[in-house]
Design a protein around this ligand. Structure first.
Ligand code: IMP
Length: 181
């Protein structure tokens, strides 16, 4: 497949992602057999991951969405996490799985975990596609992890830079010149 002109390097190909997402979906289906977990997708980056994960699942989960903001459109975190859109339904007594695209400092997931736990779900787990372990500032328990990746800013498969590149089907690193535009 032709490389997007703004991409310098592909970190994870479509095939690699598909295979791993399928494995994660099978694992979750096994662990939640007979249950109806609620997959809480963190907007907007995780929607592609969520939809692929869902299609490979052998159980029938419910889905809901939550929106947080920490990055202000650039590549650096401000360290401050805000809830910008809440779940539609209560999660009291539910088996909840947070579905997130990437964990970097861990601040977003820590905030979400604390926030959702106050609503007393029956259980709460975290599923992330990408983990930049080296960048971690706060420890957050990751129950399902797709890939550990280097501490580089990545785009594609739902992940953006300034709201762009979400549609690229693989995970890649942008050329330096893109940041100077
Ligand atoms: P954390 O709070 O630092 O763990 O960052 C998590 C959030 O930052 C994710 O939900 C992403 O929206 C964003 N983020 C972190 N690293 C990247 C990246 O490499 N590309 C795109 N977004 C990222």
């Amino acid at each position: 497949m032709e490389l997007h002109p703004d991409i310098k390097e592909v970190i994870l190909s479509e095939e690699k992602i598909r295979k791993r997402v399928r494995e994660l979906a099978e694992q979750i289906s096994e662990d939640y057999k007979g249950k109806t977990p609620v997959l809480v997708s963190v907007l907007k980056g995780s929607v592609i991951f969520l939809s692929d994960l869902l299609r490979f699942m052998k159980i029938n989960p419910k889905i809901d969405f939550i929106g947080v903001s920490s990055y202000q459109g650039k590549t650096q975190t401000t360290g401050e996490v805000r809830l910008v859109m809440d779940l539609k339904d209560p999660i009291y007594g539910e088996d909840v799985i947070i579905v997130e695209d990437i964990v970097d400092t861990g601040l977003t997931l820590e905030y979400l975990r604390e926030n959702l736990l106050t609503r007393k779900p029956s259980s709460l787990r975290i599923c992330v596609l990408l983990d930049k372990i080296e960048a971690r500032k706060v420890d957050v328990p990751i129950d399902y992890r797709g890939f550990v990746i280097p501490n580089k800013f990545v785009v594609g498969y739902g992940l953006d830079y300034d709201e762009r590149y979400r549609n690229i089907p693989y995970i890649g690193v942008l050329k330096e010149e893109v940041y100077k535009r």
